[in-house]
Design a protein around this ligand. Structure first.
Ligand code: SAM
Length: 472
C-alpha cells in the first residue's frame, strides 16, 4: 500500500502507485483542462506531485509542450539565475564485489585492471584537480568491504581536505559510495562530507533484482532505504538519481519524484540534488543491450518536468553527455555540471590514454575544464566554484527554506562571482580570463543589497591581491 511516510521501500515507492500514476498520466495526457490546471499550479513555482508531473511528461500537445519547456526555463532562472556550479568526480577504487550488469566494475569483468589509489596517489590526484581549478569533488568507489572499507573512504576524505597546493583547496567532498549502515553514514557525516550521492539505478524492484543479480547491491530494500539511513545519521543533503536506459523512463520518473516526496514527508527535506545519468558504453558494456534507451528529446522533457516538479532541487548532468546535449539541458533546469572529468582510477595525475581502460564509462564531453568555463560564459552563464552553503551551515531544511523562498540568490550570486574571480586569477587561460573579466561587472550589478555589493567589490580587489576563500 502506498504511504510516503512509511520507512518501508515497498510502501514509499509503491509499485501499484507508480502504475496508477502512469495510468492517470496516460488517461489525461490529451486532456487540455487537466493539463491547464496542472500548469496553473506549476506556475506558482512550488512544485507538483508525482502524478501531476507524470501527466506533463506524457503530454505531446505541441503548444502545451512549449509551455512546459518555457516554464522550466523560467523556474530555472528564478531559482538559480544564470549560475552553474562546477565539480569533478574522483575515482578512488574500482574494486567491486557486485554483479551490476550495466557497470564494467562488476566483479566478473577480468578485462579491466583493478586499481585502488594509495593515500599518496590520492594526494597527487587532488593536486591535479586543484591545478585545474576545482574546489568541489565527488568521490566514487566500487563496493568492496575488504578493499574499500569505510575506513579507507574516511582516510581518503581526510587526505583530500588536507591537500593545499598553491592557492588550491578542495572545499567540499561529496561522496558516491554504495548503500551502507547508519553507523557508517554517521562517520561520513563527521568527516565533513557535503552531499551523499546514491543512484537508485532503477526503482522497479523486479528489474532492479535482475540487473543486480549478485552481491550486496542485490538487496532492493537496503539500497532504496539508504537515504533514510543517511538522513537518520545526520547527513541532510542527499542526492538521488536513476540510470536512464535500464527501465521505462516513465516508471523511473514517477518513482524518483515519489522518493523526493518521501524524504520531504519523513524528514521535512527533499533531495538536495537529482542526477540524470544515461547509460553509456563501457569496457564490456553495450548500452544497446538495454531496451529502454531514451533519445535527446525525451531526455530534455524529463529534465524540464523534474525542474517544474521540484524547483528547489539542484539538477546535475555529467560529462557522460556531449557538449551539445549539456547546452540544451542547462537552460531547462540543470544547475550543476562536471568538467574536465576522468572516470578512470588515477586518471587526473596520469591521464595516459591506456589508463582509460580502467574507466567506468566513456565520457562524451572531453573538453578541459578551462574550455568548459569559457563555453559556459560565452553562453551567458556564470560558472561558480562555490562550496559555501554547507560550510556556513546552510544544509538540509535551512538550505531548503532559503531556497524555497528564493533568498538563495543573496548568497549564491556573490559567492559565484568571488569563486569565479579566484578561478580567473589562478587557473584560467588568457582567453578565458578575458571573457570572465568582461562579464564580471554586469554580474556584480545584479547584486541588489548595497552592503553585499560593496563587500563583493572589496573582496574582488583582495582576491586580485592574493587573498582567497571569501564567502557569504
Ligand atoms: N558503486 C557505487 C554504488 O554502488 O552506488 C557508486 C559509484 S558508481 C562509480 C556511480 C554510478 O555510475 C552508478 O551508480 C551508476 O548509476 C553509474 N554507472 C555505472 N555504469 C554506468 C554506465 N555504463 N554508463 C553510465 N553510468 C554508469
Amino acid at each position: 500500500m502506498y504511504n510516503p511516510k512509511s520507512r518501508n521501500a515497498e510502501e514509499f515507492i509503491s509499485h501499484s502507485e507508480v502504475l496508477a500514476s502512469l495510468k492517470y498520466a496516460d488517461e489525461n495526457k490529451d486532456n487540455i483542462k487537466v493539463i491547464d490546471e496542472i500548469l496553473a499550479k506549476a506556475r506558482l513555482k512550488k512544485g507538483l506531485s508525482h502524478r501531476e508531473a507524470a501527466v506533463l511528461l506524457d503530454c505531446t500537445i505541441p503548444e502545451k509542450v512549449d509551455e512546459i519547456f518555457e516554464l522550466a526555463r523560467e523556474i530555472k532562472n528564478d531559482y538559480y539565475g544564470n549560475r552553474i556550479v562546477l565539480f569533478a568526480p574522483l575515482y578512488l577504487s574500482n574494486y567491486c564485489v557486485n554483479g551490476c550488469v550495466y557497470c564494467p566494475y562488476h566483479y566478473v569483468n577480468k578485462n579491466i585492471p583493478r586499481v585502488k589509489l594509495t593515500q599518496e596517489q590520492i594526494r597527487r590526484e587532488t593536486e591535479a584537480l586543484q591545478d585545474m581549478g576545482h574546489k568541489r569533488i565527488a568521490i566514487e568507489a566500487g563496493e568492496d568491504p575488504v578493499n574499500n572499507p569505510i575506513e579507507y573512504i574516511l582516510d581518503s576524505i581526510k587526505t583530500i581536505y588536507s591537500v593545499k597546493h598553491k592557492n588550491g583547496s578542495i572545499r567540499r567532498v561529496n561522496v558516491n559510495i554504495a548503500a551502507t549502515t547508519v553507523e557508517n553514514y554517521k562517520k561520513l557525516h563527521e568527516a565533513g562530507i557535503g552531499t551523499y550521492i546514491l543512484f537508485q539505478e532503477t526503482y522497479n524492484k523486479e528489474t532492479y533484482e535482475k540487473l543486480h543479480p549478485t552481491g550486496p547491491k542485490h538487496n532492493y530494500k537496503y539500497h532504496t532505504e539508504a537515504m533514510d539511513r543517511a538522513m537518520e545519521a545526520g547527513i541532510d543533503d542527499v542526492s538521488l538519481g536513476v540510470l536512464f536506459g535500464l527501465e521505462l523512463y516513465r516508471y523511473e520518473f514517477s518513482a524518483l519524484l515519489m522518493h523526493a516526496e518521501h524524504l520531504e514527508a519523513v524528514f521535512g527535506v527533499g533531495p538536495h540534488a537529482i542526477s540524470v545519468p544515461r547509460i553509456k558504453k563501457a569496457d564490456d558494456i553495450d548500452p544497446n543491450a538495454f531496451d529502454n534507451g531514451i533519445n535527446d528529446d525525451v531526455f530534455a522533457k524529463i529534465v524540464a518536468c523534474i525542474r517544474i516538479a521540484v524547483p528547489y532541487t539542484g539538477m546535475i548532468i555529467s560529462t557522460r553527455e556531449s557538449a551539445e546535449c549539456r547546452k540544451r539541458l542547462l537552460s531547462l533546469g540543470v544547475s550543476q555540471i562536471s568538467g574536465g572529468s576522468k572516470t578512470s582510477v588515477g586518471g587526473y595525475f596520469n591521464p595516459a590514454p591506456e589508463d582509460e581502460n580502467s574507466a567506468q564509462f566513456d565520457v562524451s564531453d572531453r573538453r578541459p575544464l578551462d574550455d568548459v568555463i569559457r563555453w559556459l560564459m560565452e553562453l551567458g552563464y556564470l560558472p561558480s566554484f562555490c562550496t559555501s552553503c554547507y560550510r556556513q551551515g546552510r544544509t538540509g531544511d535551512r538550505f531548503m527554506e532559503i531556497c524555497k523562498s528564493q533568498q538563495i540568490h543573496n548568497f549564491c550570486q556573490p559567492n559565484a562571482i568571488m569563486t569565479l574571480k579566484e578561478y580567473l586569477e589562478d587557473y584560467a587561460s588568457d582567453a578565458t580570463r578575458a571573457v570572465g573579466e568582461s562579464l564580471l561587472p554586469a554580474e556584480i550589478e545584479k547584486i541588489k543589497d548595497d552592503v553585499i555589493h560593496a563587500k563583493v567589490i572589496e573582496n574582488l580587489a583582495k582576491i586580485h591581491n592574493g587573498e582567497r576563500d571569501f564567502k557569504f
